[in-house]
Design a protein around this ligand. Structure first.
Ligand SMILES: [Zn+2]
Length: 203
């Protein structure tokens, strides 16, 4: 169970309290992990840490794999998004060096990117090569794995051609920007409230 509380405006710090079950004692302990707010008006494509959560035996890290600038360019076509989800999930779950580290891969509801959850607390540049190869695997795909009524909730809603186009665009971007630190660090804000009184939220 995860609950979020907002500390007073005076401190302007957002924290996440995570309930961790301690089975031996049968009681709940609270762990505190510092978090931050992201200014979505300043996001560029890249590989970013979204959050880190403490679990029983360590840390899990959620990454935002952001392909599109939120609200500044068209979001990804939904059928292509679905195809990217299938092909990259298959790639990650079969990659010999990484498959045991993968917890989850799935699309953002806003259709501007994907969530990747990994065991551990690696920095985004440490998964750059994995993400680049994942998108390159889409460019090389000849079919969509799992696009059958037995394996998929909407198996006709795929678009391999457009998925390849988005994958090529993003892998070219990552290659061009491999030395650009901005593709690994979100525009954080310590403000919880903008100048015009709007609140930041987790995406
Ligand atoms: Zn599906």
């Amino acid at each position: 169970m995860i609950e979020k509380f907002y500390v007073s405006d005076l401190t302007r710090i957002k924290v996440n309290f995570i309930m961790v079950t301690v089975e031996m004692k049968g009681v709940y302990m609270m762990e505190l992990i510092a978090s931050f707010s992201v200014d979505h008006t300043a996001i560029i494509p890249g590989i970013f840490i979204s959050r880190q959560d403490k679990v029983e035996n360590g840390i899990v890290t959620t990454y935002d794999i952001r392909l599109k600038r939120p609200n500044k360019e068209p979001a990804i076509d939904v059928a292509a998004m679905h195809t990217l989800e299938h092909i990259i999930a298959t790639f990650l779950r079969n990659e010999p060096d990484w498959k045991d580290e993968i917890i989850y891969w799935g699309p953002m509801g806003c259709l501007t990117g994907f969530y990747l959850i990994l065991k551990g607390s690696r920095q985004p540049n440490e998964i750059y090569e994995l993400i680049l190869r994942a998108f390159q695997s889409v460019e090389n795909a000849e079919s969509v794995p799992g696009a059958t009524p037995e394996n998929c909730g909407h198996y006709l809603m795929h678009n391999l051609g457009m998925a390849k186009w988005y994958a090529g665009e993003f892998s070219d971007y990552l290659t061009l920007n491999s030395k650009n630190p901005d593709i690994f660090h979100y525009p954080k804000t310590e403000r919880l409230i903008t100048d015009d009184k709007k609140h930041f939220y987790d995406s």
